[in-house]
Design a protein around this ligand. Structure first.
Ligand SMILES: [Mg+2]
Length: 168
């Protein structure tokens, strides 16, 4: 049960995922959720430190792709700005979008992690797809869609026993 509901790792923000740590964890590819993971829900782009992290991670040879439940036009615009391949309408927590993204981007499931802010979407989808999962704290969750906000209280409870793997 633990392996369906809980992430393999938990960090505060994606910027804690340095190339060295990813290598230590056996991760060569990252599937990235967009809203509240890379950027605030209503904003078109990530903040400066996350843009820099994307550049540095890519430069280190880590493969990156967006996997979002968001609709095509909005996510494709973001993916274009970030120069990343993307899967929109992924219907997480179902694992189909995660599997499709790995297939389309030649990512080895043994060395791929799904990164996202929602236990009941990103982490379940990654776990169901049989890959590593990394939970991050949501960026400004109070700005989200009402349906997503409904999931936050039970999610906060489930996060209580989790310890963050943040940098010292
Ligand atoms: Mg999200």
């Amino acid at each position: 049960m633990r392996y369906l509901f809980f992430p393999t790792r938990y960090v505060g923000r994606v910027t804690a995922l340095t190339p060295q740590r990813l290598a230590d964890w056996g991760i060569a590819s990252l599937l990235l959720d967009a809203d509240c993971t890379l950027k605030r829900y209503p904003e078109p782009l990530p903040e400066e430190d996350i843009l820099r992290w994307l550049e540095q991670t890519r430069a280190a040879g880590i493969s990156l792709a967006l996997v979002s439940n968001g609709l095509g036009p909005r996510i494709s615009r973001l993916a274009g700005e970030l120069k990343l391949p993307f899967t929109a309408r992924a219907i997480k927590p179902l694992p189909g979008g995660v599997r499709r993204a790995m297939r389309e981007n030649n990512m080895d499931p043994k060395h791929t992690a799904m990164v996202g802010d929602q236990l009941f979407a990103d982490i379940w989808a990654g776990n169901l797809a049989g890959i590593q999962t990394i939970l991050v704290d949501p960026i400004h969750p109070e700005e989200e869609h009402w349906f997503t906000r409904l999931k936050r209280p039970p999610e906060r409870l489930m996060k209580l026993p989790l310890k963050r793997d943040d940098l010292p």
